[in-house]
Design a protein around this ligand. Structure first.
Ligand SMILES: *[C@@H]1O[C@H](CO)[C@@H](O)[C@H](O)[C@H]1NC(C)=O
Ligand SMILES: *[C@@H]1O[C@H](CO)[C@@H](O)[C@H](O)[C@H]1NC(C)=O
Ligand SMILES: *[C@@H]1O[C@H](CO)[C@@H](O)[C@H](O)[C@H]1NC(C)=O
Ligand SMILES: *[C@@H]1O[C@H](CO)[C@@H](O)[C@H](O)[C@H]1NC(C)=O
Ligand SMILES: *[C@@H]1O[C@H](CO)[C@@H](O)[C@H](O)[C@H]1NC(C)=O
Length: 269
């Protein structure tokens, strides 16, 4: 029940399997509990990792000589550390692909750790846009209202919500990998209530509070974007990132023929 983590860490025991939840980029230490094992059996410890299509030995430690052997180095390049006294394993800069079942073996004793690595969530961005009062469609109501757009880029399996104080105003949920999610909100010009935009997945959430200044200025003197333009600006800034993802995904897809492509892009309009 130890935990060396920068952000979050939850340990439970389910049917003898320790459940470990860790956020992408953090470090986690899987602690061995070999105190009950006679000393003469503790000279050798070995860690293995199993995921959907991987089942490999990753590291072994000869306690007597201090010799450490790394196997299948390409998975955990320079990210594994083993404590040469206890055999505890530290995985640093953890990746979502490191999720899976880990176990160590000392003599005949095994202990399992079910590790789930969840993706970091970006903080949502709130931008103001307005139908300019000079535009043909500009009605008088658009001048006295403040149109806001909350967006997050490059996320999967998230819910994006607007809150007024603590009450939910609206929300949108997306699954799959998506380039941008946006949710619109209109508030009164000079509305002094507290609004916030929250993005969450099943593990964490990230909140952006509406800067009250944003809706204090008169629409005429803020930069005018149409809704479409506001979305396009966000999407354009994400295109480089998404292109990278697309190339990586394409690369993986072409190597593993038959695996379904999992990138989808949502570009409103
Ligand atoms: C164990 O690790 C420590 C610190 O990394 C090192 O100083 C020590 O020499 C190691 N012991 C053995 C037996 O390898
Ligand atoms: C690990 O935990 C996850 C989430 O609780 C679960 O979906 C998965 O089936 C578990 N895997 C194993 C091998 O126990
Ligand atoms: C909101 O605050 C501003 C500045 O403090 C004030 O001028 C405005 O009248 C307030 N609006 C409302 C609706 O109370
Ligand atoms: C976000 O949080 C809400 C409320 O806690 C929850 O119902 C929803 O399932 C969460 N979204 C995701 C994608 O897990
Ligand atoms: C999108 O996510 C991928 C993988 O998580 C990451 O490599 C890439 O840098 C991200 N792109 C942006 C624009 O955040």
């Amino acid at each position: 029940m130890f935990c060396i983590l920068i952000f979050f860490c939850f340990w439970h025991l389910v049917d003898g399997v320790k459940i470990v939840t860790v956020m992408e980029g953090d470090s986690v230490t899987l602690h061995t509990d070999v105190s009950d094992i006679p000393i003469y059996y503790k000279h050798y410890i070995e860690w293995r990792f199993a995921a959907e299509d991987t089942r490999v030995r990753v590291i072994s430690l000869d306690v007597m000589t201090g010799e450490i052997i790394y196997y299948n180095d390409q998975i955990f390049i320079d990210r594994l550390q083993i404590n040469n006294q206890t055999g505890s394993l530290t995985i640093s800069n953890i990746r979502t692909t490191d999720s899976g079942l880990y176990h160590y073996q000392v003599h005949r004793f095994r202990e399992y750790f079910n590790v789930t690595v969840y993706a970091r969530l970006p903080i949502p961005v709130i931008t103001r846009y307005s139908t300019c009062s000079s535009s043909s469609s500009g009605s008088s109501s658009s001048v006295s209202r403040c149109s806001l757009l909350c967006s997050v880029l490059n996320v999967s399996d998230v819910t994006l919500s607007w809150y007024k104080e603590n009450s939910l105003l609206s929300s949108i949920s997306v699954s799959d990998v998506i380039s941008s999610v946006s949710l619109h909100l209109e508030v009164e010009y000079q509305d002094n209530n507290t609004y916030s935009c929250v993005v969450n997945n099943s593990f964490i959430d990230q909140t952006q509070h509406l800067d009250t200044e944003l809706c204090q200025t008169h629409p005429d003197i803020v930069h005018c974007y149409s809704f479409t333009e506001a979305v396009i600006r966000l999407v354009v800034s994400a295109v480089v990132g998404v292109a990278t993802v697309a190339i990586v995904v394409y690369d993986i897809t072409s190597r593993r023929a038959g695996k379904k492509r999992r990138t989808s892009q949502s570009v409103p309009e």
